[in-house]
Design a protein around this ligand. Sequence first.
Ligand SMILES: C[S@@+](CC[C@H](N)C(=O)[O-])C[C@H]1O[C@@H](n2cnc3c(N)ncnc32)[C@H](O)[C@@H]1O
Length: 236
Amino acid sequence: MPDASGKTLVEYLSGNKSPYIIRRDDGLIEEQDTGEYFTEYDQWENCEKEILKYARGRVLDIGDGAGRHALYLQNKGFEVHVIDISPLAVEVMKRRGIKNVYLMDLMKLEFPENYFDSILMMFNNFGLAGTIEGTKKILKVLYKISTDKGRIITTIIDPYKTDNPQHLAYHKRNIKEGRPAGQVKIRIEYKGEIGEWFDLLMISPEELESLLKDTDWSILKIVKENGYYGAVLEKV
Ligand SMILES: C[S@@+](CC[C@H](N)C(=O)[O-])C[C@H]1O[C@@H](n2cnc3c(N)ncnc32)[C@H](O)[C@@H]1O
């Protein structure tokens, strides 16, 4: 399996700081700075800092790339467990000193019931299941593996906070084809390594509220900031 996103992290750690590419299925190409995954607390958005205050107890961080949030919480004394689907991301997190890191797919979580008090899905990872229905299925599993006081902590790009014509045209096409406006099909490319296409779901705070109506989760806190927002979910 190609591991383009993991390769960017390993190379960044060894001093090669070239950007990587996100290609969308309408041909849009965006260059991204891998350094973002290595940022530290004082470089984070305010909404990120605010919602991390809601972390408590034993924490699961789903898809933490270079492990920035896990490291922050681990250094504060939290028991943090991290999963990532990228073998190279797992290697990077181990090298950076994260104690409990597992190569695991969010879609095949293997943890005991009632285990975690907080579950982090940072930087759009709430949408990794790719669709509304897929996200609802994951929320059921997260309900099982979390305690009664379980919380989900996430940051999401609000897809509607844009006036870029290419994004607006993409939204229009999605809606016409029966998908949420902010569901994107993308792949990561880095120095000849081409990742698999995958769907990522980005939703507004209002869409999040509506999605949660069919689940056992509800919104405890939303912090909005420049087209980005943090959300804390609790069990109903
Ligand atoms: C956008 S990065 C976010 C990294 C981190 N949360 C942060 O804010 O710096 C997404 C991460 O999720 C991982 N990932 C993608 N799909 C996954 C899946 N199905 N299960 C677990 N991890 C996944 C990727 O390998 C990558 O490390």
